[in-house]
Design a protein around this ligand. Structure first.
Ligand SMILES: Nc1ncnc2c1ncn2[C@@H]1O[C@H](COP(=O)(O)OP(=O)(O)O)[C@@H](O)[C@H]1O
Ligand SMILES: [Ca+2]
Length: 536
């Protein structure tokens, strides 16, 4: 009791009637009386602390409320790839505020136009425009209606139209006008329909794959500090179409021909790029060249062809074969149109010999060439092979990394020797046109890469066969749109401000830290207002 009473007295150092504690009380009382400022200071400190804590809480609330992420503003863009064999419409989208970042544009739709490529409508150009209408309507369903007006739509035509223009400039213009009219009457922002050059086709394909592979900007990660993890290298691009094929890669060597040279400055880095587009060396035109070479093997209306599976038959004619500017320069076997039947023999070696005869590797006016007297520097770095390179290798099940050049050759050879009936029975869903040509295409791809470009058993492993990269098709269309919408800056944009999540996280972390420090300080400064029991 005495203890309690004493404690009470000490806590409230007023008068006391208890004489036996007087001395002690007097001491404490005098202490309190002697330093009244300290109590006052402590109170002020307490009040300041509370205000400080309240201010921090207010700061956090303000930060969270004020720094809400912007409502996601999605932009759209459309590109039509008017290839020699077919037209595809691609819809891309990206967050508006991030359009200069790398790898943010994504393909959200591919619509394959029914029927052939637009160059096939040379006899009825109006139908070329009509053919693409269904896919334009599909794009209207994919893109929100309120964005139609501001969505750019582009059409780029490739080698099929280049060949048609060579054959008949006027008709090529009529076909282009027809697709242009169709696109102009759509609700989208029409930005042009044109035949792109082979150089552009190569360049945009290279931009697409390196953009999708995020090769242009080094990712800031701890791993980048280790040399083996640095992602500074770009990948070369190999595109195989029906009427042309492109090879594009960064070269440290002197590029001896101006028409094969491209200089890019992208995201603050300069690139010296070699590119070449071989018109007539797409796989459909190359097949014609092979057939023309093989025409000598025609007897009694039958052409025995080693590049088709045994048992395969197809009717064709010399007029059909010679209708392309790719073959008209070759000496015609006969001037009168002759119908004949192609019959497959599935002979890999003979097929290879026929195909190799369409590559002229004996003439080169430069220090080094690929084929047909075209300059090509030494192959450098990794390569991404897409379009028909991928379709064919994927069908033959050798598109994966582990397949060696030898594996691919064996696979192609064994496929070529298979009877057509068996092949058809095994793949009933694949279009007959594609299925019947996988033997030829396999041998052609091997010849183009090995004899044409100079790949060998060693650097074969540098080639990756690419269909899609992160959901977007490998091809020239994405690079084309990125370029025309100025989405690839020449210089690296200033490092982006912190994202909302990171910003809020940091705010909360530092506020809690501050509160903690204040609390520690306060506890440190604070003197116990009461004496401990033990003192008495
Ligand atoms: N699934 C497939 N299997 C095999 N070949 C295909 C497949 N899909 C498309 N192709 C071929 O890919 C090529 C695409 O060429 P395309 O882009 O139309 O021509 P280009 O680029 O020369 O203008 C054509 O030869 C076409 O036959
Ligand atoms: Ca193409």
């Amino acid at each position: 009791m005495a203890g309690l009473a004493t404690l009470h007295v000490v806590c409230l150092p007023k008068k006391t009637e208890r004489h036996h504690t007087y001395n002690l009380i007097a001491t404490e009382y005098s202490k309190a009386i002697a330093k009244p400022k300290k109590t006052w200071k402590r109170k002020v400190l307490c009040i300041l602390g509370v205000f400080f804590a309240l201010a921090i809480v207010a700061l956090i609330i303000t930060a969270v409320m004020q720094n809400k992420p912007l409502p996601k503003n999605i932009k759209y863009g459309i590109v039509l790839d008017a290839g020699s064999s077919h037209t595809s419409l691609y819809v891309y989208n990206w967050p508006a505020e991030k359009e200069n970042d790398t790898g943010v544009v994504k393909q959200v739709e591919e619509c394959k136009v029914e029927g052939n490529g637009i160059s096939h409508y040379f006899q009825e150009p109006v139908k070329a425009g009509l053919s693409i209408d269904a896919c334009v309507t599909r794009a209207q369903q994919v893109i929100p209606a309120n964005q139609h007006k501001e969505t750019p739509i582009y059409l780029g035509a490739t080698a099929g139209m280049r060949l048609l223009r060579l054959n008949n400039h006027t008709v090529a213009d009529e076909v282009l006008s027809s697709v242009e009219n169709s696109l102009r009457s759509s609700p989208f922002d029409f930005q042009g329909a044109r035949i792109i050059t082979g150089q552009e086709e190569g360049a945009y394909g290279w931009i697409t794959i390196n953009y999708l592979l995020k090769n242009f900007v080094e990712e800031s990660s701890v791993l980048n500090l280790l040399p083996s993890f640095r992602k500074t290298e770009t990948s070369g691009a190999l595109d195989l179409g029906g009427a042309s094929t492109q090879i594009t890669f960064v070269s440290d060597e002197d590029i001896e021909t101006q028409e094969n040279t491209l200089h890019f400055r992208l995201y603050g880095k300069s690139y010296n790029v070699y590119t070449h587009s071989y018109l007539c060396y797409g796989k459909d035109q190359a097949l014609r060249l092979q057939l023309v070479k093989n025409i000598v093997n025609t007897r009694n209306g039958t052409m025995w062809d080693p590049c088709f599976n045994p048992g395969y038959r197809r009717n064709t004619s010399t007029s059909e074969l010679y209708s392309s500017p790719c073959v008209s320069q070759h000496t015609r076997f006969t001037t009168t149109p002759v119908n004949f039947e192609i019959k497959g023999t599935g002979d890999y070696q003979l097929c290879k010999a026929n195909i190799q005869s369409i590559f002229n590797v004996s003439y080169c006016p430069y220090s080094q060439c690929s084929f047909n007297g075209i300059f090509q520097p030494v192959l450098q770095g990794k390569f991404g092979a897409f379009s028909a390179f991928y379709f064919v290798m994927d069908f033959l099940k050798v598109a994966h990394e582990k397949a060696t050049l030898e594996d691919v050759k064996e696979r192609v050879q064994s496929h070529c020797s298979r009877p057509w009936d068996q092949v058809k029975a095994d793949f009933p869903k694949i279009k007959t046109k594609y299925l019947s040509e996988y033997c030829f295409s396999g041998v052609y791809i091997l010849s183009l890469l090995e004899l044409g470009y100079g790949f060998n058993a060693d650097n074969w492993k540098e080639i990756s066969f690419l269909g899609k990269i992160s959901g977007s098709d490998a091809g020239w269309t994405l690079g084309y749109m990125l370029n025309l919408t100025n989405m690839i800056p020449a210089e690296l944009p200033p490092s982006p401000p912190l994202s909302h999540g990171v910003y809020v996280g940091l705010m909360v972390f530092f506020s809690v830290l501050l509160l903690f420090i204040v609390l520690i300080c306060w506890l440190g400064f604070r003197k116990p207002r009461c004496l401990q029991k033990g003192i008495i």
